[in-house]
Unconditional design. Sequence first.
Length: 249
Amino acid sequence: MFDKFENKYIVKGTIVALKPIHIGKGQESMDPTEVDSPVIKDENGLPLIPGSSLKGVLRSFVERVLSSGAFEGYRSCLIVNDEPCVSDDDVKRLKTKYDKDYKKIAEEIYESSCNVCRLFGSNHLAAKLTIKDLNSIDEKTFFDMRDGVGIDRDTGTAKDGKKYNYEITPSGTRFKLHMIGDNLDDDDIELLKICLNVLKNGQISVGGMTSRGLGTIKLIDEKIYKVDKSNLKEYVSNGLNEEMRWNDV
Ligand SMILES: [Zn+2]
């Protein structure tokens, strides 16, 4: 269950910024010539969406959908509310119960975990879904500046008398998406389909100030591949090919 190869889903495609994006560096620059809140860039000065940012918003989206009860039989815990499906105490109890039988402990953690933690991972469970950092595929980006008067850069809420500017990546910027799902079962695949559909429909926003309309992205030109035991040999010898395409979404 944990160490055996079952399958691998590989999603490749282009993410387009429908609205300008602000993904801040998270740290204020000490350089007075720089803007107050620059965006994250790669070593070539091009914008970048950290895979963890995209994964985080997809996770929250799936959590909200499952918590609504719209998908019967699927569970989601509320990690943000400090109500995880498997708590630290649960894990301690399992360790006492099964002593050094780590396989058994891991199995019980997996069984007790909600559908979201099983796919996206938790403190006690490795994620099955990985999203690589999304580099821009454009040759050049002309960053724009916005005036953030009265807006707190962390919370996006109004703050008196505070004045600063922030940098934005313009709409139309394109990024390369590379998402991998390892050993997905039918439930995981349902959640992966939700993620892909909301990305294709332009329902996901990344970065800061999304409540002010920033950050909306859309997936286009996606190609999804499925590698399983039947084509694993071909995949490890020659990589992906058209016959590995998976169109069940
Ligand atoms: Zn959970």
